[in-house]
Design a protein around this ligand. Structure first.
Ligand SMILES: *[C@@H]1O[C@H](CO)[C@@H](O)[C@H](O)[C@H]1NC(C)=O
Ligand SMILES: *[C@@H]1O[C@H](CO)[C@@H](O)[C@H](O)[C@H]1NC(C)=O
Ligand SMILES: *[C@@H]1O[C@H](CO)[C@@H](O)[C@H](O)[C@H]1NC(C)=O
Ligand SMILES: *[C@@H]1O[C@H](CO)[C@@H](O)[C@H](O)[C@H]1NC(C)=O
Ligand SMILES: *[C@@H]1O[C@H](CO)[C@@H](O)[C@H](O)[C@H]1NC(C)=O
Ligand SMILES: *[C@@H]1O[C@H](CO)[C@@H](O)[C@H](O)[C@H]1NC(C)=O
Ligand SMILES: *[C@@H]1O[C@H](CO)[C@@H](O)[C@H](O)[C@H]1NC(C)=O
Ligand SMILES: *[C@@H]1O[C@H](CO)[C@@H](O)[C@H](O)[C@H]1NC(C)=O
Ligand SMILES: *[C@@H]1O[C@H](CO)[C@@H](O)[C@H](O)[C@H]1NC(C)=O
Length: 174
């Protein structure tokens, strides 16, 4: 109990958000334009994702201009609605940085993917190790059922596909 409370307090300190009510508030930081992190900052609506990246030490990955990946980027609203639907509290997620890292790595495929390359059903191995499924129909393109709502955002050698929900790797217990 004491250890859990301490971890929680430490996370607030690490994220630099001592005075906010939400455990997922975000402070903007300078990074060069065109990196994934910079594009996410410019597009807005990705402060939760950027905070999760910070918690799990993935910020430097998202700032790495040499990287050539696809990030399926959930919006703030997408993350909160997924957690709400699964009855998972934000604080339960953020206090386990290993868990946050697994979840975020499940959003990254180690090759740049444009939507034009997708067929009706596609399977891609993520950095987390499990596959995501991308499907295409008359309505749109979906990643594990969540729609790609903004397509093919370039970030250096990488591509961002914006999705409206958080992808939870199979077998993860929160
Ligand atoms: C990320 O975490 C570092 C400490 O590890 C902190 O200095 C920085 O402000 C945080 N950045 C954001 C955007 O939360
Ligand atoms: C990134 O580009 C925006 C405008 O496109 C500009 O306002 C901002 O200062 C740039 N940031 C950096 C770190 O170069
Ligand atoms: C982005 O944020 C703005 C204001 O915070 C909101 O009105 C808009 O619906 C959001 N868009 C998405 C795609 O989440
Ligand atoms: C950036 O990504 C490249 C390509 O994956 C990798 O070789 C390099 O070590 C990374 N740099 C950092 C600082 O992580
Ligand atoms: C959500 O979780 C809380 C706490 O674990 C529990 O009390 C509540 O019944 C759950 N609600 C649903 C809809 O599962
Ligand atoms: C992130 O880095 C901090 C400090 O180096 C470390 O204590 C923590 O375990 C790391 N978290 C992950 C998920 O790698
Ligand atoms: C953190 O999450 C990972 C992955 O779900 C799990 O294996 C680990 O036991 C969790 N750690 C704590 C302290 O709950
Ligand atoms: C995972 O996706 C890769 C392609 O990236 C494919 O070769 C492999 O068969 C898939 N695995 C499963 C279990 O679907
Ligand atoms: C397209 O796929 C999505 C996600 O699986 C589904 O919700 C939607 O109903 C499908 N649309 C059609 C026209 O089949």
């Amino acid at each position: 109990m004491y250890v859990k409370a301490l971890c929680f307090i430490l996370l607030f300190v690490v994220a630099g958000t001592v005075t906010y009510a939400s455990p997922l508030s975000y402070t903007s930081r300078a990074s060069s334009n065109d990196t994934i992190a910079a594009e996410l900052e410019k597009m807005k609506n990705f402060t939760t994702l950027l905070t999760l990246a910070n918690i799990s030490n993935l910020t430097s990955t998202l700032e790495n201009a040499s990287l050539s990946v696809t990030l399926f980027a959930p919006t703030n609203d997408g993350i909160s609605s997924t957690l709400k639907a699964a009855n998972i509290s934000e604080s339960a997620v953020v206090k386990n940085s290993t868990l946050v890292k697994m979840i975020l790595e499940y959003h990254i495929v180690p090759q740049p993917l444009k939507t034009s390359s997708f067929s009706t059903v596609n399977s891609f191995k993520t950095l987390e190790g499990s596959n995501i499924t991308v499907t295409k129909n008359n309505t749109g393109i979906f990643v594990n059922g969540f729609e790609i709502i903004k397509k093919n955002v370039k970030a250096d050698k990488s591509i961002i596909q914006v999705i409206d929900g958080l992808l939870i790797p199979p077998g993860i217990v929160v």
